[in-house]
Design a protein around this ligand. Structure first.
Ligand SMILES: Nc1ncnc2c1ncn2[C@@H]1O[C@H](COP(=O)(O)OP(=O)(O)OP(=O)(O)O)[C@@H](O)[C@H]1O
Ligand SMILES: Nc1ccn([C@@H]2O[C@H](COP(=O)(O)O)[C@@H](O)[C@H]2O)c(=O)n1
Length: 236
């Protein structure tokens, strides 16, 4: 089973994909982490991330390696653990500019296809263009959405001070999410977009557990349809 989960920022792609993969014994690939690792490597290696030609020229240099265990996702750039640094504000602010460069996308798309092809027991791949470009023949495509307010509340709820009090400014968080979505949806190369054959799940009013249950059911139904098709074709 190849499952593609796409959607805008903060809709629950990572949390849902990890939980679905863990529950169904599938591998898991966080493609946003790959773009973030490329961005982190560029920032720490003196690449001017406002210059698309400099980004393009450097895009083939770092070795980006992703783990696919949903219980322990891992990402490294040139052998250095990138899982902490890729979540900094500096990387989040620069990643859309880096990921818009076609040379970056073709390099990372190739990595993603190689990983998906090697995942013998099946894989859940989450990102922005998995159903449209990276894995257009996925067995199931899901497009997660949620209102701008719900997404901002979820994201700002993650940032707490030492006493556990939320510290993020909700309006600023909402604006930052909107800006990133606009950049990701309006770029020329493989923009964020729902695939025509994707199932849209609006998570605004759902708990994470309900979203996971819904996607697990969709995967099971897609697996049953695939088994039936293969049986009819005499391949099992
Ligand atoms: N249905 C839900 N209800 C409430 N909170 C949720 C729900 N789904 C996810 N969350 C929470 O929202 C936050 C964002 O989720 P997550 O990181 O999975 O989103 P994402 O779509 O992968 O975001 P990004 O694209 O920015 O990486 C997390 O704190 C997560 O626990
Ligand atoms: N398939 C993808 C996945 C991600 N991106 C870019 O990476 C950024 C970070 O993604 P997160 O899911 O970790 O927030 C995202 O804003 C995109 O710019 C992408 O282009 N394609």
């Amino acid at each position: 089973m190849i499952v593609a989960i796409d959607g805008p920022s903060g809709t629950g792609k990572s949390s849902t994909s990890k939980a679905v993969a863990a529950q169904l014994g599938l591998s898991y690939l966080d493609t946003g982490a790959q773009y973030r690792a490329m961005t982190w490597w560029m920032l720490t290696n003196g690449i001017d991330v406002s210059d698309a030609s400099e980004i393009a020229a450097a895009s083939g240099k770092p070795a980006i390696v992703s783990g696919t265990d949903p219980e322990a996702p891992a990402i490294s750039a040139d052998g250095a653990d990138a899982s902490g640094p890729i979540r900094t504000q500096e990387v989040t602010s620069a990643v859309s500019a880096v990921s818009a460069v076609p040379e970056v996308r073709s390099r990372i798309t190739e990595l993603q296809r190689t990983i998906a092809a090697g995942a013998e027991g099946g894989i859940v791949v989450e990102g922005r263009d998995i159903g449209t470009t990276v894995l257009p023949d996925a067995d199931l495509k899901v497009f997660l959405t949620a209102s701008a307010e719900a997404r901002a509340a979820r994201r700002s709820g993650e940032l707490k001070d030492k006493d556990g009090k939320a510290v993020a400014d909700l309006a600023a968080t909402q604006q930052a999410l909107a800006q990133r979505d606009k950049a990701d949806s309006s770029r020329k190369a493989s923009p964020l977009k729902k695939a025509d054959d994707a199932v849209e799940v609006d998570t605004t009013e759902l708990t994470l557990e309900q979203v996971v249950e819904c996607v697990v059911t969709l995967v099971e139904q897609a697996a049953a349809r695939k088994a039936e098709r293969l049986e009819k074709a005499g391949q099992v």
